[in-house]
Design a protein around this ligand. Sequence first.
Ligand code: SAM
Length: 276
Amino acid sequence: MSGTLYLVPTPIGNLGDISPRMADTLAQADFIAAEDTRVTVKLLNHLGIKKPMAAYHRHNTEASGRAIVNRLLAGESCALVTDAGTPAISDPGEELVSQCAQLGIPVCAVPGPCALVTALAVSGQPTGRFTFEGFLAMNKKNRRAHLESLRWEQRTMIFYEAPHKLAATLQDLADTFGAERTVSLCRELTKLHEEIVRTTLGQAAACYQENTPKGEFVLVVRGAERPEELEPTLEDGLVLVERLREEGLSLRDAVKRAAKELGLSRNQLYNLAMDR
Ligand code: SAM
């Protein structure tokens, strides 16, 4: 019979958030798969746990994943941890869980710290319906396509971001959703310098353009408010056509894509673009 893969969350900044069940699961697993064994060994030392470890990170998911799955199939149990927060959420682990699910290997998630849920709860934004968007792509084209797909999103949107990319991301969000859209910048959650700034995307972008931010951030952006006023217009279509043209698309292809993305008439948009 195969062993179980345990997903064990770790504190996102406050060691007081370690739960007895997290510690027990780490202590009882046959081995621990860790994103960075140097980070995890500090946690294990704090808990007084000694355990064999295997490295499982984004650069070795295939080979290391195969080895972990084989050990699980042979009957060993594994606790998967990442540097901080819940494994498999914008962290290594998603593929391993999917492989285990396909092979019928039991997976057990221990609930615990997760930056997105902590940020949403404290954000002051509507929490009833939300969408988690993770990190925006670095690649310009994918990033733009991701943001365009969210232009009319009415649910609260949650983004992860690294501090050195924060200013550029806030500017891109302001360009997509408008400078007046509200955002909660949730910084250093659970840590000594935790700070929640509730402001607009325009103000946040301007502020961080001048000051390089420190610490970790989750951005919680309010969804579009009045859909009837926000229905895409032909003018919006023209703006998108121009951007796509800048990316090298022909007028015909740009119109085709923009019309499809915004639900506009291709002919009307084409005629208007030809007149400009
Ligand atoms: N799996 C983790 C989770 O869901 O908690 C997230 C890992 S992801 C690689 C790291 C990102 O989570 C950071 O770039 C930041 O956006 C967010 N994050 C993690 N810890 C945080 C904290 N203490 N305060 C604010 N954001 C944090």
